[in-house]
Design a protein around this ligand. Sequence first.
Ligand SMILES: [Zn+2]
Ligand SMILES: [Zn+2]
Ligand SMILES: [Zn+2]
Length: 462
Amino acid sequence: MTIGEMENVEVFTAEDKGRGLKATKEFCAADIIFAERAYSAVVFDSLVNVVCHTCFKRQEKLHRCGQCKFAHYCDRTCQKDAWLNHKNECSAIKRYGKVPNENIRLAARIMWRVEREGSGLTEGCLVSVDDLQNHVEHFGEEEQKELRLDVDTFLQYWPPQSQQFSMQYISHIFGVINCNGFTLSDQRGLQAVGVGVFPNLALVNHDCWPNCTVIFNNGNHEAVKSMFHTQMRIELRALGKISEGEELTVSYIDFLNISEERKKQLKRQYYFDCTCEHCQKGLKDDLFLGVKDDPKPSQEVVKEMIQFSKDTLEKIDKARSEGLYHEVVKLCRECLQKQEPVFADTNIYTLRLLSIVSEVLSYLQAFEEASHYARRMVDGYMKLYHPNNAQLGMAIMRAGLTNWHAGNIEAMRMQTEMELRMFRQNEFMYHKMREAALNNQPMQVMAEPSNEPAPALFHKKQ
Ligand SMILES: [Zn+2]
Ligand SMILES: [Zn+2]
Ligand SMILES: [Zn+2]
């Protein structure tokens, strides 16, 4: 598979969804449909000193750009690779005297590229940045305000000797970033470290039960021998069999929610009404809202329990953001106990608590209890997610690490069986997770719980 080769797909106009991509041949699970380099990408503000600005790997020791002292790289190879995209940025930062935020840095990188290559189609792109959707006309008041602020800062940062763009064009670019930004993760796949724009990927429409997933590949920059040197890219991979002519889809959001809530989230963040089969038929909604069978609780009891769970989740969010992890655990334990006679184990309110409590307990090194909750969580997830779903894979892997820590042999055995099953179903996903698990040195302390348990694929403000 050559990066940027797009012969496996074709742009078409879908009746109700605008443009889309369809397959020009048949694919099997794990096949790469296309691989694409970022048009432009930047490291998140909070991580600019610990993540390489070229390959987005997290490294112990990075070399700093001697000129701006802002950009960081693994080594000379990554630094050399970056220069074309960093050159203008480097002098702009020196002139401006400070570093603007990630949004502005990304917009500027895009516009310097447009300045270099023109705004038409660039090699390997089926669509130009000019033609990507921006949805600026759908922005609410708050978003409009943020946009104006970004444009203002951008104009101060943008050097007078660079090509000057109209206000409308600058707004368009910010709109493109807002609805087409894709999250880049570090080499373990566990932490979101940056955001990039991939024009071809932006043509792939959403489906809550998609036939493709996106894998971020940091590339191999270590090898000096150019034979092994590969560049950072995304890969669109088939989740199962795809027929010739079938539309290719990915999911912009996590599937784990009732269809009504997913639709609301998609409308709020991506400005469209989801008409996918799962949303139209409300598939799996019964499981997401599952209650105990015997005895079946009354509607009144269920309603109260949902409200109680929502309130508790709010309290948990607050405690978590203040770093009060023991309080988080206490709230989770109490709520789970109350839910026990009412909710089934696929109920989203139970699964959310299980996910939080297992993550936080791992962090607190209470592995025994953490692994018990993680096990329940994975059992629930298996009934809900597509077997090749990346979120499911990450959950299984996290549960595995917890079991490893707890020295839980029986759970490890079941974990192995589960991995074996995954291996048979989907070899590439298995390797990706295995690599992530091995890179996450088992003896180290678990990472501090973040508000976002696993990095979301698509970069979107809440
Ligand atoms: Zn690097
Ligand atoms: Zn520099
Ligand atoms: Zn949907």
